[in-house]
Design a protein around this ligand. Structure first.
Ligand SMILES: Cc1cc2nc3c(=O)[nH]c(=O)nc-3n(C[C@H](O)[C@H](O)[C@H](O)COP(=O)(O)OP(=O)(O)OC[C@H]3O[C@@H](n4cnc5c(N)ncnc54)[C@H](O)[C@@H]3O)c2cc1C
Length: 348
């Protein structure tokens, strides 16, 4: 694939950091390393894939192997061939993820854009509620817009979360009073053998930015990027009948507030820490005098202290050092242990 086309594709995919093109040398290396993993598979397997290309922080190390499936059937086929014990990391738009500079062992699988189907389901016209089926590679803001278009209310908050449906399910992502699992009727998952499962919210422990499959008959939970041996492949969102115009107005207002308060013109991964009960991580970090503090190429944002931004040349180690600095300062000054919302994986 020509480098110019790669660039265009990257921008079209709407990645939160699409405004920063990957360096040319990375794109050329990517093309060289592209190869087909086997006859039965239709996706692309790449070796030593730079994860800075796939994370909104635009920093970090490489993945040993990276697979972009062609579709859900291809993903299932691929999983069947992954050797037992090999770590598997499902990645959406990488908007909540930092891969350390030493890289990530095992195989990363990208759900976006392959798992991209979305359609209306459930009740017909005139019903008081309706369903949207979305595969987990669909960007969450697309679900918000699709729901508004079809006069379904309750998904507007997803417009402010620049990840995939899979990431929103894994994180129980939320903002402006809404959380992903508030509107999930059921989810479909795939396991390492490629088998599909239908899950309901009752199958999970669900809390603020926390989702964990409950132990099922002693089923082993894998270490690593996702706590279970299952990954989300689709969700059914149950939404109430609403007013398309009102939903569009809410989305516009939500985005206006985000632009006003968040450093969206610099690579970041949203809020680094969960808010402690009855307080705000940003307030605590700011009170420690850390707003604007820089380490290497990373900075605690001067606009929002719970955001760490990449000034252009940050290594993952710079970002992690700032995160540790904030944790230590808040613990010392307030006796509060901040909990990380962002997922940090890989080797130093
Ligand atoms: C500017 C900005 C603003 C943000 N604002 C918010 C906000 O308001 N509220 C909020 O909650 N978050 C926010 N975030 C964080 C982030 O967008 C969300 O957590 C989002 O849901 C992550 O989705 P993703 O596809 O990017 O996931 P990734 O970053 O790719 O992955 C995050 C985690 O989810 C797991 N995962 C991804 N896909 C799957 C899958 N299919 N099955 C199982 N596990 C999976 C990954 O393994 C990883 O552990 C913001 C981020 C940015 C950059």
């Amino acid at each position: 694939m020509r480098a110019s086309r790669l660039l265009r594709d990257h921008a079209r995919r709407g990645h939160p950091s699409a405004f920063i093109p990957p360096p040319l040398r990375v794109m050329v290396a990517m093309v060289k390393q592209t190869r087909k993993p086997g006859d039965a598979l239709r996706g692309e397997l790449r070796l030593h894939e730079p994860m800075a290309r796939h994370t909104s922080w635009r920093a970090g190390g490489t993945a040993e192997r990276a697979y972009s499936p062609a579709d859900l059937a291809d993903l299932r086929e691929f999983l069947r061939g992954v050797p037992a014990g090999e770590p598997v990391h499902m990645v959406g738009l990488g908007s909540n993820l930092l891969v350390r500079d030493g890289g990530l062992r095992g195989t990363v699988i990208f759900t976006h854009p392959a798992l991209g189907a979305m359609r209306l389901g459930g009740a017909g016209a005139g019903a008081s509620e309706g369903e949207i089926y979305a595969e987990t590679g669909v960007a969450s803001p697309r679900v918000a817009r699709f729901a508004a278009l079809h006069g379904l209310a309750g998904a507007e908050f997803l417009a402010g979360i620049p990840g995939t449906v899979g990431g929103a399910l894994a994180m129980n992502a939320g903002c402006f009073g809404g959380e992903a699992w508030d509107i999930v009727a059921r989810a479909e998952t795939v396991d390492r053998s490629g088998a599909l499962h239908t899950r309901t919210p009752a199958d999970y422990e669900i809390a603020y930015r926390h989702v964990m499959l409950k132990e099922e008959g002693g089923r082993k939970k894998a270490e690593g990027i996702h706590p279970s041996e299952e990954w989300f492949v689709a969700a059914y969102f149950r939404l109430r009948a609403g007013d398309a115009e009102e939903s569009r107005r809410k989305i516009k207002e939500l985005l206006r507030r985000r632009i006003a308060t968040q450093p969206l013109n610099q690579p970041n991964a949203g809020s680094v820490f969960r808010n402690p009960q009855r307080d705000y991580a940003a307030r605590l970090i700011e009170a420690c005098g850390l707003k604007g503090r820089t380490i290497g190429g990373a900075q605690i944002s001067g606009k929002h202290a719970n955001f760490v931004v990449n000034l252009g040349s940050a290594r993952a180690a710079d970002i992690e050092a700032l995160i540790e600095l904030a944790e230590n300062a808040v613990r010392e000054k307030f006796g509060i242990a901040l909990e990380r919302e962002v997922r940090i994986v890989g080797e130093t």
